[in-house]
Write a protein that binds this ligand. Structure first.
Ligand code: ADP
Length: 231
């Protein structure tokens, strides 16, 4: 099943990338004049193909993890540069919702830690993306700190919060707090499954604290490797 999914996902991505590419050319006014109505339609094609692409990328990631074909590397990561990159990448999204997005890096952390930067970025982007999505007012923060012999990526928000009964199942695939057809937030329920599986593969764990109506805090704890780990 995993192999089928991974092949299928790959085959689906190629045509989707073409749709994405051509719609952005059209929207970028490169040689195409669109009237206002046509522009709206192309914008919707673009938004929907982006959604589909991100769903397929998530399914591809999950099937790779599950089939054991996702190999993690142990490479040097500079926590300060990593944090700055996430800040740059996610601040536009926070801006669109007029939310403050702040980051901090604990000076106690060694300048270089070892791990798989791509996997850790995926985790951070998923958590920050969720924090922004489920927050209407206030702020989102990502704090990276040392925690004993681990390092923690802590993402907190002042959003809708997560009720106690949902705090376990939201980490399962396709599970969301609100799964009714009247659901107001987009998404497929794969992000946290990916976050948890990647974290566990790296020997870490995910913690969640939340209060309904006040906000949530997800903490990803990862082993603090100051030298490359040998697998
Ligand atoms: P998606 O965001 O695509 O729905 P996820 O797996 O990332 O899927 O999250 C699963 C569910 O967990 C979300 O649908 C939402 O109900 C809940 N959730 C995740 N992060 C937050 C958050 N920061 N605040 C409130 N609810 C959250």
């Amino acid at each position: 099943k995993s192999e089928f999914l991974s092949t299928m996902s790959h085959e689906l991505r190629t045509p989707l990338n073409a749709i994405e590419g051509f719609t952005s050319i059209m929207l970028g006014n490169m040689g195409v004049d669109l009237g206002p109505q046509a522009r709206k339609m192309v914008e919707r094609i673009s938004a929907n193909s982006k959604r589909l692409l991100s769903l397929i990328n998530d399914i591809l990631d999950l099937s790779r993890i599950e089939s054991g074909r996702m190999e993690l590397v142990s490479e040097p990561i500079t926590p300060a540069a990593f944090t700055e990159r996430i800040q740059k990448q996610m601040s536009a999204l926070a801006d669109t919702k007029r939310l403050a997005f702040t980051t901090s890096v604990d000076p106690e952390l060694p300048p270089t830690v070892y791990g798989d930067e791509e996997a850790i970025s995926k985790i951070a982007i998923n958590l920050v993306g969720n924090a922004i999505k489920f927050t209407a007012n206030g702020s989102v923060a990502m704090n990276v700190r040392k925690d004993g012999n681990q390092w923690a990526i802590e993402v907190s928000d002042t959003g809708i919060g997560i009720p106690p009964h949902a705090r376990e199942f939201i980490f399962d695939e396709f599970r969301q707090v609100d799964s009714t057809s009247k659901r107001e937030f987009g998404g497929t329920g794969l992000g946290l499954a990916i976050v948890q599986k990647l974290t566990r593969m790296m020997g870490g764990q995910v913690q969640l604290e939340s209060e309904v109506g006040k906000g949530s805090k997800f903490t990803v704890l990862l082993p603090l490797n100051s030298t490359p780990s040998v697998n």
